[in-house]
Design a protein around this ligand. Sequence first.
Ligand code: UDP
Ligand code: MG
Length: 327
Amino acid sequence: METINKQIDISVIIPIYNEEQIIPELYERLHKTVVQISEHYELIFVNDGSEDYSLLELIKLSEQDERVFYINFSRNFGHQIAVTAGLDACKGKAVVIIDGDLQDPPELITDLYSKHKEGYEVVYAKRAERKGESFFKKSTAKLFYRVLKRITSINIPMDTGDFRLIDQKVVHYLKQMSEQNKFLRGQIAWLGFRQTQVLFNRDKRKYGKTGYSLSKMLHFAMDGITGFSDKPLQLVTKLGFTISFISFLIILYAVYSHFILDRTITGWTSLIISSMFIGGVQLISIGVIGEYISRINKNVLKRPMYIVEKSNIKKSNKTEVKKYVKI
Ligand code: UDP
Ligand code: MG
């Protein structure tokens, strides 16, 4: 029957933000690698509000190869949401997430797939070396993952991006995690299953520039922390207790000094130091709480996570996916 022929062995999800120059080479390399695994593949490109001609390139590809699909967002929603849209649409038994700028070599998919065949549901690609990225980016990323490891109880793998292969079963459970602020690498780690890694050297960008501005990076880091740890809130509480305790001792000393020793310390300096210090600590604490509240707010509003302006994917094929996801 036709549906059996149409079963898809592998889906590849590629978020695209201003990558027009690279799309033809990206497709060539992806096709060459994936077709060796199975002819029944699908490439899902998610155009995340690119301002260049990425969409035209994608439409052109989809006309040449019926296994190429595109989802065009109505605006830029961000990398994690672009990948989420791909996950919502994919039908393959194995699903690969890969960056669209060729920093993640498509040829590695062969290795990821063979590990999957050995029985691993999650195979992530770990960066052994990162070429062409600034010292600032590398060191802040390194620091971030080390901090995250310390403050969360789940084992988020170090030095990995979202380049990985996951089983359709994992996709099924990912879709049930309804948080609006996505931190997919954390969510996948949280889900568990058999996980392993493959090492690779990350190339530098060939064309264009990074779509991750500093503010997007900070926001992403905050999503990772707030989504997987309450430690910052506990830290605020501990800080409050510590400062209150120290203040109590200082109060005792001030009262003793005033009434018993009859000696009041004069001076604007001590007053301004203490009030500025407390002011700063309070503002930081409110900020920490605010980060959590803004995420609660986003989840309460429950807006659609993304808006699809145009796509060549036919509406949901859930029954087909259910066939090989045993729940
Ligand atoms: N990207 C996206 N939306 C964005 C920013 C980036 O879909 O708002 C895509 C981008 O096209 C690329 C991937 O996400 O395929 C990784 O982004 P980028 O290379 O800019 O990040 P970096 O490698 O510098 O961390
Ligand atoms: Mg990149």
